[in-house]
Structures are given as C-alpha cells and as structure tokens.
Design a protein around this ligand. Structure first.
Ligand code: SF4
Ligand code: SF4
Length: 392
C-alpha cells in the first residue's frame, strides 16, 4: 500500500437498536458469476448511441455517451461481445457471449495525477453503485475542499449482502479505490464503514452525522461539510478502471427472497434482464408476490424485461408474507414520526402535503425508524422538498 494507504482505516462496529428486520440470509454466500445471458439491454435516454444496428462490438467497447455539451457526462459500455440487434432512441440491445472476467490481480499505480483519476472514472462510465447512480467523476472533481472519504459498506437495506461480500472477497481493490478517491480530491483521511446497521442507518447524511458529527445542511451535499461518500462497489470499480483499464460492465447483485430457489450473490453483466436472473436463480413465480430490483425499502417493481443497471444491488422475489413484513403499510396516524423528529416536524403530513416547513427536514431518518407502518418517509420527504424548492 502506498503512503496514502496508511491514512486509510476501517470503522467496524455493530449498531443495534430499533429498526426493520435485516434478513441477511445470503451474507455467507460467496460471489459467483451468473450463467451468462445471451442478450443484454441498455436504456439510453438522453445519451447518443455510437454504434449502429448490425455492428459487432467487443465487451468493454463504448456504445453510448452523453453529448459533449451535457452538464453531467455518462458513458455506457458493452457487457458482452456480439452484435447490436436493436437500437432506437431509448434502448440498445446486444446479443452475443459474455467473456470470462480474468482473475483480478490487485495492482496499484505508482503515481497518477488527481485529475487523471476523475477523467478515467468519467470515461469508464462509473456511477454511484449504492443506487444513486450519480456520475463518480463529478464527486472526484475538486469542486470543494474534501478532507475525508467515507466508503459506505453499511448496506442497511434488508436482504442485500452484495457490498458485504465485495468487502470480504475484494478488500484490496476496495482499499485501493478508496485511496485513489482520496488522492483525486486530495483528502487526508479515508474511512471504510462496514458496521451492521438497521435501515436507514446507511443513509449518507445519517452516516456522516453518526461517524463524523457533521451535519449536511438541508439543501446541501456531503461535500459542503468536506466529505466524499462512495459505495463499496463504486470504490472497487474505481480500482478496476484506473488500475486495470476496465470500464463498468458488471456488478455484484444479491438475489434473495422466499421465492428464490438459488439465492446468493452473483456477478452480473450490466444490461442482463431480470427474466434471465429469475430463470437461472430458479425463482418460483407461484410463491412470489413481488419482484423488486434493489432492496425492499427503496427498490422498485421489476418486469422480466427490466435490465440490471450499475445501481441494481438486489433482485428480490418476495413471498406474500415477506412482502407484508417489509413493504410499507398504510399510515395509521399514530404520531410516532413526529415524536421522533428532532425538529418536531409532522413527517406523515409533510410527506403527503408538501409545505415550506419540509425544508427544515435534515433527512435524518428518525421518523422512518420509528414508523410502525414502515413507510419510507425519508424518500417521500425528499420528494416533497424538491416540490417545495421548485416553488421558489
Ligand atoms: S427525516 Fe423525519 S425525523 Fe428527520 S428531520 Fe426529517 S421529518 Fe424529522
Ligand atoms: S409513524 Fe408512520 S404510521 Fe405513524 S403517523 Fe407517522 S407515518 Fe403514519
């Protein structure tokens, strides 16, 4: 490890308390490659295809990018070697074969310019793999002074264990990605957080306040308090891009839930259809009441055609009993959310009826923690804040 690496440390502690059940039954399932799909599809809304129908492409080749003038740049790369079989303004479909990923040999560059790290992240199409999917290169561009990089391995959503497995099996690469991020923003410290926490304890504002005692302002970003937060798989992807020249073409996904015959943690090419995962993981649709991409709290309903993206941490096939255990129920007007709020905000009311008072919400999640109906109040409050902000 370089001199930077010596500034890297790990916070490993358990945070127990009230919360949503963790349900991490795949925590001991090692990462294995999924049986390769023969077809992958990529939504390209807002991007321009750089391939044509019928064209052959190699895995890793650039297939779509944002126009030069776009404020935020994105790149999409082929995750298999084959042919472009469909292309329109909304989607690129490729058919072919997924090449084997060569064994990862951790390597660290002797020396690299900070700007080159952000440039590499941009060209490799790196995005926030915790679900946010915000372009990584923007975070790595030195637009504000950053003194600490937090790599978030809390993975507080129930069921999901893919980040935990990446930390256990690919620690050198995550360490290296963390050090590269520190170097890119010239931060003096890096911290990999792998504490066990109940949902929503891994939420970045809570994490920053909990670990560092810094409060991100209501309309602010972690960088406003000198912090860069990255997901574990984003840190690993940064290592892959800088040290191995590998763009983002696959990720680790947890497949879990009572409807799954072969639950586990799988390395999945980006663009793989949910239908392929359902088939190879032997999902019993007769037992399944809900299919979600992501976790049960923030995930979204999926169809067989839904593709895995860089932000897809899980595919859940939940039984009716599991669904009622972890999915939100109707508000029972108990008032626990308001009692829990450090600012006495009526969270249930503000989540339903946007009002300027919602701008006082710091998205700490205390209301959500204490909601017996498991209503995802934080995401609803965040949406309400966006509505109120648009009024200005
Ligand atoms: S997230 Fe909930 S508890 Fe936290 S400030 Fe907002 S309304 Fe209050
Ligand atoms: S705690 Fe949950 S169920 Fe109770 S009033 Fe608030 S939002 Fe409704």
């Amino acid at each position: 490890m370089s001199p930077f690496g010596r500034l890297l440390s790990t916070a490993r502690e358990a945070l127990y308390g009230r919360g949503i059940p963790r349900l991490k039954s795949t925590g001991d399932a090692p990462i294995i490659p999924i049986e390769p799909p023969q077809r992958v599809r990529f939504p390209i809304g807002g991007l321009v295809a750089v391939v044509a129908p019928g064209q052959t492409v190699e895995a890793g080749a650039l297939i779509a990018r944002t126009p030069e003038a776009s404020r935020f740049q994105r790149r999409i790369h082929a995750s298999l070697s084959g042919t472009v079989t469909a292309l329109d303004a909304g989607e690129i479909v490729l058919e072919g074969e997924v090449p084997e990923r060569p064994p990862v040999t951790h390597s660290e560059p002797d020396w690299i310019l900070p700007e080159a790290i952000a440039d590499t992240a941009r060209e490799a199409g790196l995005i926030g793999m915790g679900g946010g999917m915000f372009p990584t290169y923007v975070k790595l561009s030195r637009v504000a002074p950053i003194d600490i990089v937090l790599v978030n391995g809390c993975e507080s959503e129930p069921y999901l264990t893919c980040d935990q497995r990446v930390l256990e099996e690919h620690r050198d690469e995550v360490d290296c990605g963390t050090v590269l991020a520190m170097h890119a923003v010239e931060a003096g410290r890096g911290l990999i957080i792998d504490r066990e926490t109940y949902y929503p304890g891994g939420y970045e504002r809570l994490l920053i306040s909990d670990v560092l005692g810094r409060v991100v302002p209501p309309r602010g970003l972690p960088r406003d308090v000198g912090v860069l937060v990255m997901n574990v798989q984003s840190a690993r992807a940064l290592h892959d891009a800088v040290c191995l020249g590998r763009p983002l073409i696959d990720r680790v996904v947890t497949v879990a839930g009572g409807g799954v015959g072969r639950p586990g943690n799988y390395r999945v090419p980006i663009g793989t259809e949910v239908g392929h995962l359902l088939e190879v993981c032997r999902v019993d649709l007769s037992k399944t009441a809900a299919i979600l991409t992501g976790g049960p709290m923030m995930g979204e309903s999926a169809s067989p055609e839904t593709p895995v993206t860089g932000g897809t941490g899980g595919l859940l096939a939940l039984t009716a009993a599991e669904r009622s255990q972890s999915l939100p129920q109707p508000c029972i007007r108990c008032g626990h959310c308001m009692e829990a709020c450090p600012f006495d905000l009526p969270a249930a009311y503000l989540a339903e009826s946007p009002h300027k008072a919602v701008l006082g919400c710091v998205e700490c999640g205390a209301c959500q923690f204490n909601c017996p109906a498991r209503i995802p109040l934080v995401s609803r409050l965040r949406k309400a804040k966006a509505v109120v902000t648009a009024w200005d």
